[in-house]
Write a protein that binds this ligand. Structure first.
Ligand SMILES: NC(=O)c1ccc[n+]([C@@H]2O[C@H](COP(=O)([O-])OP(=O)(O)OC[C@H]3O[C@@H](n4cnc5c(N)ncnc54)[C@H](OP(=O)(O)O)[C@@H]3O)[C@@H](O)[C@H]2O)c1
Length: 347
């Protein structure tokens, strides 16, 4: 989606991300007490004025334990009870993938705005259903794809909007991580395999930069646990551009990304989806430009919470940084990759 070409920049733009501390303070609830819930609540409390007033788990003792560790005043033994809580404005849904739709419905029916972990649903149909439910209730909804809320990605957004890279013919992106046997990513009944957990990042990058694919090629390798183990895909953009993508749970891979344009190439060292550097190299050589930010990994989850709070306070029902239609397009691309590889979920 390059804009009108301009001269190559002599410096990279500064991120326009507002100070997260300035976002209006909302009262948050969290559904689920797993790996990402821990990190999100810690990051948000540390870096913003947002406050978690309640946590819900399927198990009351687990919710109480989580609440105690994070200074959260309320805890519930069911997601429904959290949805009915009067002191919660917005619910962060941190349950595993297969529970996102049900949790979104519960929270929206309770009148709560929602921020749903990635992928927002198992497939494009679920993503669209969640978006429609939120629209019908007049409530805010976003996919918690934190990458798009990072300052680094606002720099990329400006480079794309200004056409600084020229025509982008190629996107390369990979995300591979080694998982031990007990992780839910190896469980077929939880829609395991790398595509939803890890592949969301390369696929969403490609569809953001090149648009919805006109054609897809893909190949997968099964894992003995009964899920997909790795997948490679080529997404051909509407103008013939190509995204070459890979994701695996067999091994740690470089997790880098490259946006290659006719005027310049933008390199995102691994892990490309986390805070870190950008390097712009003019085509044919020339002075490289580098953007640097602290590599704070998941401690940077708070940027998305601040954006949600700003949007809700402004009366918006979604965020321009990750529109719901983009979530649907990403999942539609992953649906097609799964169809080509014969990857099905139990649900
Ligand atoms: N943004 C990121 O960087 C990032 C990183 C990792 C994961 N994620 C996303 O966040 C979501 C959760 O991932 P996670 O790694 O935090 O998973 P996790 O540690 O397994 O936690 C998932 C939580 O889901 C709840 N749950 C509801 N129904 C469940 C069921 N049938 N089986 C198991 N758990 C169930 C559980 O909470 P209770 O038992 O308390 O109800 C559990 O703690 C996933 O969709 C994932 O893609 C995002």
């Amino acid at each position: 989606m390059p804009g009108t070409p301009t001269a190559l920049p002599t410096a990279l733009p500064a991120a326009r991300t507002p100070d997260p501390m300035d976002a209006p303070a909302l009262r948050w609830g969290v559904m689920g007490t797993g790996w990402i819930a821990e990190r999100f609540v810690r990051s948000v409390h540390r870096h913003t004025r947002q406050r978690f007033t309640a946590v819900a788990s399927r198990d009351a003792a687990r919710a109480e334990d989580f609440a105690g560790r994070h200074g959260v005043p309320g805890s519930y033994g069911s997601y429904e009870d959290l949805a009915a809580a009067p002191d919660v404005d917005v619910v962060y849904i941190a349950t595993e993938h297969t529970a996102h739709l049900a949790c979104a419905r519960i929270a929206l029916e309770g009148g709560k705005h929602i921020l749903v972990e990635k992928p927002i649903g198992l497939d494009a149909a679920q993503a669209a259903e969640i978006a429609e439910l939120a629209t019908g209730q007049g409530l805010f909804c976003a996919e918690a794809l934190w990458t798009f809320f990072l300052p680094k990605f606002d720099v990329i957004r400006q480079l794309l909007d200004s056409g600084a890279l020229g025509e982008i013919h190629t996107v390369l992106a990979d995300l591979g991580e080694y998982f031990t046997a007990e992780h839910r990513i190896l469980r077929p009944e939880l829609a395991g395999g790398p595509l939803l957990d890890l592949g969301t990042y390369p696929v969403s990058l490609a569809t953001w930069v090149l648009g919805a694919p006109a054609e897809t090629l893909a190949s997968g390798q099964p894992h003995p646990a009964g899920v997909n183990g790795q997948t490679s895909a080529i997404l051909r953009g509407p103008q013939g551009s190509q995204a070459v993508l890979h994701t695996t749970l067999f091994s740690d891979t470089p997790t880098t990304a490259t946006l290659a344009g006719s005027r310049a190439t933008l390199s995102l060292p691994g892990p490309f989806y986390q805070p870190g550097d950008l390097v712009l190299t003019p085509s044919g050589g020339g002075t490289q430009l580098t953007y640097t930010e602290p590599r704070t990994a998941h401690d940077a989850l708070y940027y998305e919470a601040a954006e949600v709070a700003r949007c809700i306070a402004a009366g918006l029902r979604e965020t321009p940084l990750r529109p719901l239609e983009d979530s649907v397009v990403t999942l539609r691309a992953m649906d097609e990759i799964r169809r080509l590889c014969g990857i099905t979920f139990d649900q």
